[in-house]
Design a protein around this ligand. Structure first.
Ligand code: ATP
Length: 252
């Protein structure tokens, strides 16, 4: 479904590569967590998968289509069914929950319709359904700035849902949340993943979340893949190699 072929990224003026020759294939139905310490390349990697970041070498093949040399309009079309959720939610704080969720449909509508903010009954009904499915029934008209972090991330997930996603990407979506809320968000994501048969890929700092929810773990270090396998195989040695220190559990 998504294939990375020898993907490298070197940022302008950087001395080292943020990603180095990544060769990986991801299939529908996989729930993947990407681990790595700060600066390992996790965000760069996730952003390459939907064309937000262009590899300086190599290519990303998305459903058989190369993302290389695409115009912004072509990329928007290709990623129409790729939902993305972010650490800081990327919502519009002064707008309502409903208005924020409806922006998830922008990619499939004309710019004119988006500009005048005209939505059909069916579109509004689909947004209502998404809001209900993330547990925010009754919050439709609430301004997003009045919500808690966990509720904001639910809005972010509802916005991704109305895109009718085939792929869901998360760039540290629970890094700003307390452990209990982080678990609730991961439960919601996992249920959504299973119900819709998605390909889900999420950057996460917390190994316990990765072990609890993922089918596959990828660990990055200095822009290279140092582990790719089932969470159960990611032990103390792998932890030490990834983070450069011993896991808390093995110290206890
Ligand atoms: N826009 C940029 N310009 C220059 N260098 C960048 C840019 N974005 C990231 N980098 C560098 O690329 C490397 C990988 O960064 P990236 O943000 O992908 O890591 P990360 O694993 O997501 O880190 P974190 O967990 O802190 O978000 C780092 O060395 C970082 O400093």
């Amino acid at each position: 479904m998504i294939e990375c072929k020898n993907v490298s990224v070197t940022y302008p003026n950087a001395h080292t590569k943020a990603l180095q020759a990544i060769d990986l294939t991801f299939k529908k139905g996989e729930f993947i967590c990407v681990l790595g310490k700060s600066g390992a390349g996790k965000s760069t990697f996730i952003r390459c998968l939907n064309g937000l970041q262009t590899p300086t070498e190599g290519d990303v093949i998305y459903n058989g289509q190369s993302l290389r040399k695409r115009s912004e309009a072509e990329l928007r079309k290709i990623r129409q069914h790729t939902g993305m959720i972010f650490q800081h939610f990327n919502l519009i704080p002064r707008l309502s929950v409903m208005q924020n969720v409806l922006t998830g449909m922008f990619g499939s509508r004309s710019s004119f319709k988006n500009l005048i903010g005209l939505f059909t009954k069916e579109e509004k009904s689909a947004a209502h359904d998404a809001i209900r499915s993330v547990g925010l029934d009754g919050f439709e008209n609430r301004r997003v700035e009045q919500l808690s972090g966990g509720q904001k991330q639910r809005v972010g997930i509802a916005r991704a849902l109305v895109q009718q996603p085939a792929v869901l990407l998360g760039d540290e979506p629970v890094a700003s949340l307390d452990p209990g809320t982080a678990n609730q968000i991961f439960t919601l994501l996992r249920n959504m993943h299973d119900d819709l048969g998605l390909l889900t890929m999420i950057n996460v700092h917390d190994l316990e979340l990765a072990k609890k929810y993922a089918d596959r773990v990828i660990a990055l270090k200095d822009g290279q893949v140092i582990f790719d396998g089932p969470p159960a195989m990611f032990g103390d040695l792998e932890y030490k190699e990834t983070y450069g220190e011993t896991s808390l559990q093995s110290k206890l």
